[in-house]
Design a protein around this ligand. Structure first.
Ligand SMILES: Nc1ncnc2c1ncn2[C@@H]1O[C@H](COP(=O)(O)OP(=O)(O)O)[C@@H](O)[C@H]1O
Ligand SMILES: [Mg+2]
Length: 286
């Protein structure tokens, strides 16, 4: 019988629900704390006792990513794959991959110094959006509406200790309603779609910023773009974030690798955690 291991660094609604759903169906499951796993160059797969299929659910991007690299090298089947996590966890790599696979995405500029970032901004004109290439929950995502603010954001980034802060990711600001769409794709199936409306006095629509959720109907256009985006990343369990551009229609701006589904679960009729367990079992049977 297959054993599922849910790796976490913080047990949220999602990790708890996945674990409970597996047990409810009589599947052997365990929750494993990424913070307490160690291994070395001599470690064998069996030594770790992590079951057969791993759901990597670490909140910390780098912790999850590098632990996945180790586990894959020991022969574990990890969802999502290292390569998928690496691409999704980095907005620049995501943009490059979306373009390569012809998935509509906002026009985005990349610059590698403060001077060239400012040049891009001046040549492109406002409004723009600047984002850290690695980050989530809307942290550090700045709407740039004038040169004064742009200068200050660049100054702040130049003073930041992280070398990644000086990789500039500058995006056109999409003319969209005060919402975006989050689609949860599992394998080749879209299991839920929600609108996320931004909270009062907030431009970002992230649920973690107080955004409110509402069920979105899964249109053919939404399904096509979501599945195409998921495929471009290499598949798995993904949260596709989509904006509705006034003139150009749907555009993918981000793909989440460790998708949160608390918000979606609160309004969706589908049991998302159960769908994930189904997917894991399908993979285990292969
Ligand atoms: N180009 C853009 N135009 C308009 N709104 C945007 C744009 N990029 C991001 N946003 C808003 O900011 C939010 C956070 O940006 P996102 O790229 O998803 O970063 P994060 O990974 O931090 O969630 C989005 O959900 C959306 O509401
Ligand atoms: Mg997002």
């Amino acid at each position: 019988m297959v054993e599922i291991c849910v790796i976490y660094d913080k047990v949220r609604f999602e990790e708890k629900t996945l674990y409970e759903r597996a047990l409810r169906r009589g599947i052997k499951a365990q929750l494993a704390d990424a913070k307490s796993i160690t291994l070395n160059t001599e470690t064998k797969n069996m030594d770790l006792k992590l079951g057969d299929i791993i759901l990597q659910r670490s909140v910390s991007h780098f912790r999850g990513l590098y632990l996945t690299a180790c586990l894959e090298s020991l022969g574990f089947f990890v969802i999502n794959k290292f390569k998928v996590s690496e691409t999704c966890g980095n907005k620049m790599m995501t943009s490059l991959s979306l373009v390569k696979h012809k998935v509509p995405t906002p026009i985005t500029h990349f610059a590698f110094s403060a001077e060239s970032a400012m040049e891009v901004i001046n040549n492109t004109g406002f409004p723009l959006v600047m984002k850290p290439i690695i980050g989530s929950w809307g942290r550090g995502v700045f709407p740039l509406r004038d040169e004064e603010v742009a200068n200050m954001v660049i100054e702040m980034r130049e003073e930041n200790d992280s070398p990644l802060a000086r990789i500039y990711y500058i995006q056109e600001m999409i003319k969209r309603p005060p919402r975006d769409i989050r689609c949860i794709v599992i394998g080749d199936k879209i299991v839920a779609a929600i609108y996320r409306y931004s909270a009062k006095n907030e431009w970002r629509t992230n649920v973690s910023r107080g955004g409110k959720v509402e069920v979105a109907s899964i249109t053919k256009e939404l399904e096509d773009i979501s599945l195409k985006a998921a495929k471009a990343m290499g598949g798995g369990i993904l949260g596709i974030d989509i904006m509705e551009d006034e003139n150009r229609g749907l555009m993918v701006h981000e793909i989440n690798n460790t998708v949160e589904f608390r918000g979606a679960s609160s309004v969706s009729e589908t049991d998302i955690a159960d769908e994930i367990i189904d997917y894991v079992l399908r993979i285990a049977r292969k």
